[in-house]
Every structure is written in C-alpha cells, then in structure tokens.
Design a protein around this ligand. Sequence first.
Ligand code: FRU
Length: 327
Amino acid sequence: NNKTDEIRIGFSQAMTKDDWRRSMNDAMLLQASLNPNIDLIIKDANYEVARQIKQIEDLIADSLDVLIVSPIQSKPITPVVQKALNSGIPVLVVDRKTENQEYTAYLGADNIEIGRNAAKEIIASNTKDSIKIIEIKGLAGSSPAEERSQGFRQIIQMFGKAKIVQSVEGDWEKESIQEKLRKLLQQNGEVDYIFAHNDRMAIGAWEVARELGLENDIDFIGVDGLAGANGGIQAVKDGILKATILYPTGGDEVINLALRIFNKESVAKNNILSTTIINKVNADIMFNQFAKINEQQTEIEEQLEAIRYQKELYYSQNNLLKVTMAL
Ligand code: FRU
C-alpha cells in the first residue's frame, strides 16, 4: 500500500452496543474495504460525551483526511467539530447532528419526517374517535429525539381525535423507560397507542404492557426497522409492534460521501436517506429484501477475502521465485 495514496477516514461512533450501530459500522467497513486506499479508523465513544470529545481531538491530531461523527448529543460536541473544521478537516455528521450548521455535510434520514410518519400511521390505522397516546422519547439533547418529537407533535395536533396524554424521557435503551412506564400504566392503563422513538424502547414498552396484561389493548410503534431476528421488522411480523418507521444507517453511503469530499467534489449540505412505514402490509417483503441484501454483502466479503488470499499467495510465490533465481 502506497502511503501517499492513503485516504485516512476517522469515525467517532456514539457507541457500538446496539445492533443498529453495529450494522452501520459493518456497512462502513465493507464499503471501505472495496477501496484499498481507504484506511478507516472507527472509534467507539461508549456513550460518554467527554470520551467522544477526547477521541475527536485525537483524530484531529492524527492527520486525518475526513472526519465522520455521530454525536451522542448536539450541544457538547459542537465546539470540537468546529475545531476540526478550523484545522482544515472536513466533517461529515451522520444520523445525529451538532447544534448549528457548522459541518461540511449531514447524512441521515429526515427525523422530522419520521415523527410525522409515525403520527400519520397512528391516525390512519385507527377508527376510534379518541386516541390516547404515550410518547417515549430518545435521549434529550440528541437531534433525532428532538426532531422525531417535533414532527410527531406537528401531525398529532392537526387531528382533534388524537392526544398525547403522557410522555416518558428515555435514553434510547429500554432500561431507561420500563420503570417509569410501569408506574404510568399502573396509574392509568387507558392508553391506545405508544410511540417510542426507537424499536428497542418500543419493544421494551410492549414487555411492560404484557406484564400488566395490557399488551392487547395498546398498539406500539417504533423507529429503526432493522432486519434480523431481534430487529423491528421481525417484531412487526410477530405482532409485537403495529408498525415501525425505517431509519437506514447509511453506512455505505457515508463512505462514498467521504470519498467525494476527499476528492473535492461538491456535495449537498444535507444528504437525506429515504424512510418508509413498515407495517403488516409490507413487513414480509421488507424482511426478505433485507435478507437478500445481507446475503449479497456476505458474498462480497467472501470474495474480498479470496482476493486478499490470492494476492498474498502471489507475493509469497513471487518472493520464492526471486530467492530461487538468486541462488
Ligand atoms: C442507535 C439508536 C437508534 C436510533 C438512533 C438515533 O444507537 O439509538 O435506535 O434510531 O440511535 O440516533
């Protein structure tokens, strides 16, 4: 590998404990491995803001060509992103945004639209003339939580028959909401719909309702729509979730965008990935489509592995030949 051709891309990932972020990292690594010049460094901030700031500072010091950041929260990560820009490194924010528009580009789905879609699905799928809703929010100060809530409320407020009766502050993980929700439902179980800002919390909400014997009286809707056994699409197929809103990770797109930025091509400021409602009508199709994509990704990985092996074999045989000829 010729050092001068190397493209150094650093990624500060908010955390890597959940399947959504793991699948994002996998897609990035696969896309990066298609270009032998790319050196992709992924750092896990482990959901600690101070750690994310520190690792971005380290990446800045590490002569990076492009910095990618998925900020845990908007406000505290804004200054260090500014610092990267000031030192001449282009910054791509993915999934979550910083506080202002000070970044080279954003890539991710439109979270306001996601909130609106959730509300539309609730209104459209309901014949009741009064719909009582609990909203379960993602981590305060992270842009998808703010934007999903904003879009959701915009649409709900347009319809007199729907009302958000309670909201629960979560942090994207089900452990953050189950106790609070249990208390709320024990006080008043008269709820028609629960909208959680992601599928992990939506499934966690369903678990609480089931404990209380309320799982058939309440409908649940989440966000992410991951494929796979523990994902939201399977939960829709199983009847646990009434619906989920697809939130693509954009892992492969982000590497392509980073390359275009590296090549000084002009890129859009906002690169919006499309989203869709997944409910019982299309859950099977979506599940099968994603399974197919996964199979193809595995095949590509296997082919890349085979190419690497062939290359090594070629070089070692070539060296052997040189040694033999020298003798
Ligand atoms: C993954 C996640 C997703 C959610 C996204 C929002 O860490 O919690 O479930 O849609 O982050 O940024």
